[in-house]
Design a protein around this ligand. Structure first.
Ligand SMILES: [Zn+2]
Length: 239
């Protein structure tokens, strides 16, 4: 069973769309495979902001430093040494198609989709992220900045990019909340694809356009369904 809920994909700025979906592993390998990186013996880990090596030692790869204020809550400010790029200057000197690793993390998913043409391992993640309506997110956008609905769609995309094995029960909590109708339609096409591949999809959903496409509907709440018992007190709605 795969439960895809609205909980955050991470509680620190160290987790983001690129790391969560695994596509950053492929991107780091591309950078490590460039002639300039090989000459300096830079391995994929050099391009990680989560381990020491190529990341900025001042902010330890967060891009931000915490400034403690007397009598006031602490504030985050862009790191003065790396200017928020998260990396050391020598790491940033390595480019792949004229972009360094910080440039890539600053790209939106739509921009990255146009940039990583022919890199199928990276494109697979980017394609599903666009198809669940997240093309506007930046690759390096911290998980802490994502809404519950966005986090859920990142999880859904991560699941969709995997090889489908069938016989899996997917439970989604209002996956189309906040989505433009055209993006809802694309997300539903994916859900239908899961069903067509012999999986089961259970959705909590309020949008009647989405409900109308279900094979079975269980109507919950006050006055629900044809057999609702009107003599019992109504259950207060949960929201
Ligand atoms: Zn820094």
């Amino acid at each position: 069973m795969v439960a895809i809920d609205q909980r955050p994909i991470g509680r620190t700025p160290r987790s983001n769309v690129a790391t969560y979906t695994g596509m950053f592993d492929h991107i780091r390998k591309l950078f490590a495979a460039t002639p300039a990186a090989k000459k300096r013996n830079y391995k994929p880990g050099r391009f990680s902001f989560n381990v020491a090596g190529g990341r900025c030692p001042t902010c330890e790869g967060e891009g931000f430093v915490m400034i403690e204020l007397l009598f006031l809550p602490s504030v985050y400010s862009p790191c003065p040494d790396c200017n928020g790029t998260r990396y050391t200057q020598s790491t940033l000197e390595i480019t792949w198609r004229d972009r360094n690793i910080a440039d890539v993390l600053a790209m939106s998913i739509d921009e990255a989709h146009a940039f990583f043409t022919s890199e199928n391992d990276v494109l697979r993640s980017l394609t599903v992220l666009r198809e669940v309506g997240l093309g506007y997110l930046r690759l390096g956008q911290p998980a802490t900045e994502l809404s519950g609905g966005e986090a859920q769609r990142v999880k859904l995309a991560s699941e969709l990019q995997r090889a489908q094995r069938g016989d899996t029960l997917y439970i989604l909590d209002e996956p189309t909340a906040g989505l433009h109708p055209s993006d809802s339609d694309r997300l539903l096409a994916h859900a239908q694809g899961l069903v067509d591949a012999d999986n089961t999809v259970v959705m909590v959903e309020l949008d009647m356009r989405v409900v109308a496409q279900a094979d079975h509907v269980i109507d919950l709440g006050p006055g629900a369904g044809a057999t609702a018992d009107v003599s019992s007190p109504p259950v207060p709605p949960s929201r």
